[in-house]
Structures are given as C-alpha cells and as structure tokens.
Design a protein around this ligand. Structure first.
Ligand code: MRU
Length: 381
C-alpha cells in the first residue's frame, strides 16, 4: 500500500506526512510549534495532538463550548496546556457576550462551567478558570471591546507565566541531572503539554542547554501513546537523543542499570506530596524505588492543589473504552484490538504516593523529599 505521497507502509496503513507552519505571528509557546495560542481576532488555535506525529495540523475554535469539546477529545492535552486552552476558551466566550455587565457575567459563568467539566484530574484547568472568572468579574463594567481585550490580556498573561514557570523549574531541575544521564520519562510533559518548553521535558531541555550530555528513554504510554507519538516527536525535533520503549520494558532497562533517573510531569499534586499523573506512573515509581533510581516529578505551582489533602481525594478520569479496545489511526479510522462484547477499564491517571517520589521540582523551588511541610514552605514564598 502507498500513502498520498507515495510512501509505502510496512503494515498496510497509510503513513501520512503533512506539516503546517504555525499560524500565529508571535506564538507565546516560543518554538516552531505550539499547543494553544490566541490568534489576532480572538480565535483559539490548537495543534491537533491526536494526529501527531503523522500530521501536523492546526484547528481553529471560536466558541467556549467548542474549546471545551476539543479539550475533552484530546485535541489538546497535558495539565498546564489544558489550563492555558481553557483560559483562551473564556476569551472565546467573552467574544460572544455582547450584552450588559450582568449578561456578560452570566455568559462567563456558563463558559466557566462548560470548560470546567471537560476533564476532571488536571487541577490546572480549575486554577486557570478561577483566574479567568475573577478577571471577568473585575472587567464586567467595561464596554464590550475593552472587556474582551482585558480577558485576552489576562489569558495571554497566564500563558506567558506558565511558560516562564516551566523555564524556571527546568533550570532548577537541570541541577539534578548528571552529565551523561539516561533519563526515563512517561507520557508527554513537554511543550505540547504545557503551552511551551515543558515540565519534565523542560528539565531535560535545560540540562541539554547547560551543556550536559543527556539521552532519553520515552515509555510509549499505553493506551494513548503520548510518549511514543508526542514526546518522541518533540525531542527528535529538538535533536535530543530519544528512544521509545513499550511500558512493560521499563523494569528490564532499570535492572540493566540503563536508567540514571526517571522524571515525569503531574496532573495534580496533593498537599501531602502525593502525585496524580498518567496511568503507569505509579508502576514506574515502584520500579524506580526497587532499583534505587531517583524518581522526580516536575510541575508548575498551578498543578499543586493544597485544598486536596492526599492523593485519595484526586478525581481519576475514566476515559472511553475505545481508547484501549481500538487503535486509532490519524485519518480517523481505527483497528479493533479487543473482541466485541469484552469490557475494558480505562482509568487515565494513577496516584504515586509521596514516599516513592525523590523530589518535586517547581518554579518556586524543589521539595526533597516531598512533604506537606515542604510544600507549605513553598506556598508561602
Ligand atoms: O491525558 P493527558 O495526555 O492529558 O495526560 C497528561 C499527563 O498525564 C502529563 O504527564 C501531565 O499532564 C503533565 S504535563 C506537563
């Protein structure tokens, strides 16, 4: 079989290769690609991560409920990037609220509720919406043009702050990376997941920028393959040496002493230092402890939820069975992997207890070992 560009595919599946340059004149994401941006004219543009690495395509959204649906459908994913996108979704909501202050605030309340319901685990979503709703209350009495621009300014500022947080925590975390390290990571905690630079991948980028020789082992991250599709795509673009392994191979490589340290991102950090992240992270934490390998978590402060006492309180998203029972192709088709009628379970996240985490790296500082006292100290800074 050959694809639309005439390339053959070993598995009889089209290997599409199409790329689109970033449409924003000055993306805040700060690289050649960006997960989410607000275009001039207030349209929200998202890089469709469901199609990577085969197709690099940007999609436009003009209403808050469309943005919420895009988050639910994983067009954009990754905790900080979801927060940034929701902030832009609130701007899209403001664009359609032309009435007086009261009707603007009612439209903003509906947009907030719709976006808030799109995914449950990443607390960055709630954090971003709290900020944007506060901004709506602050600017409600302005006229339509002024309050819409104020909302756009607030959302872009939030985006800029998240990228700056990644750069800062990346620089702090790079100190933990020895020269010559082989770093194991899970899921995608890069620019695609944060709006720019990345958290776990930010630490790796910063280590490389500091002149260290680093190589990465990316777990494929079943069932959605964020590691194989997205982390490998990002790192290869940045010329960071990366190899992909099946999740089940991690123990093998740790036992062979082929892993210097592991680092992952987070969707929510509880007050006691428990960490919710992509399903499979807990298993890696157990394996790292068993092999005496440092296990780091990198996250901006927007991921820390001090209202959540322990990991047991973190809501774990159960996603569609089809994400596991079928293999999705970039053209929208899918291949069935599980027999008809056999149910599957698909929790998207798990909780790694604080005692398995060597340190949590944030832009405010490093908590080592993770503890309620350590996080409280950083909260006060
Ligand atoms: O379901 P996803 O792809 O949104 O899950 C993403 C993760 O679990 C990431 O590791 C996490 O959000 C950290 S992103 C910096």
């Amino acid at each position: 079989m050959t694809d639309e560009k005439g390339q053959s595919s070993r598995f009889g599946v089209p290997t599409l290769r199409t790329g689109q340059a970033h449409p924003h004149p000055e993306p805040i994401g700060g690289s050649a690609y960006s997960a989410a941006e607000l275009m001039p004219g207030y349209r929200v543009v998202l890089l469709d991560q469901r199609k990577l690495p085969a197709i690099e395509r940007y999609e436009y959204y003009v209403r808050a409920d469309e943005v919420a649906q895009a988050i639910r459908d994983m067009v954009v994913r990754g905790a900080p990037a979801i927060g940034v996108t929701a902030a832009y979704g609130m701007v899209a909501g403001a664009v359609h609220a032309r009435g007086d202050a009261a009707s603007f605030l009612e439209a903003m309340r509906i947009a907030d509720a719709t976006l808030r319901a799109s995914r449950p685990t990443a607390v960055n979503l709630m954090w971003a919406l709290d900020r944007m709703s506060a901004s709506a209350a602050q600017h409600a009495s302005l006229d339509f043009a002024a309050r819409t621009e104020a909302m756009a300014r607030a959302a872009r500022e939030l985006h800029r702050e998240e990228v700056a947080a990644c750069r800062r925590l990346g620089a702090l975390g790079a100190e933990l990376v020895p020269d010559g390290a082989t770093i194991l990571t899970h899921c995608n905690a890069g620019a695609l997941a944060t709006g720019g630079y990345g958290t776990a991948l930010g630490v790796i980028r910063a280590a490389k920028e500091a002149g260290k020789d680093v190589r990465v082992i990316a777990c494929e991250t079943r069932p959605y393959l964020q590691g194989a599709r997205l982390t490998a795509w990002e790192l290869a673009k940045d010329h960071v040496r990366v190899e992909v392994i099946a999740d089940s191979m991690a123990a093998h490589f740790m036992a062979k002493k082929a892993v210097t340290l592991a680092i992952v991102g987070a969707d929510r950090v509880a007050r006691n230092g428990d960490v919710a992240n992509k399903i499979g992270t807990y298993a890696l934490g157990c394996l790292a402890a068993a092999h005496a390998i440092p296990f780091y978590v990198a996250a901006p402060w927007s991921t820390v939820d001090l209202a959540c006492a322990t990991g047991a309180e973190i809501p774990i998203e159960e996603r569609r069975q089809e994400e596991l029972s079928h293999f999705a192709l970039p053209d929208g088709a899918s291949v069935q992997l599980v027999p008809d009628g056999v149910p599957v379970k698909n929790p998207s996240f798990d909780v790694t207890p604080a005692n398995l985490v060597t340190a949590i790296v944030t832009e405010r500082g490093i908590v080592r070992p993770p503890s309620g006292e350590g996080l409280a100290r950083l909260a006060a800074t």
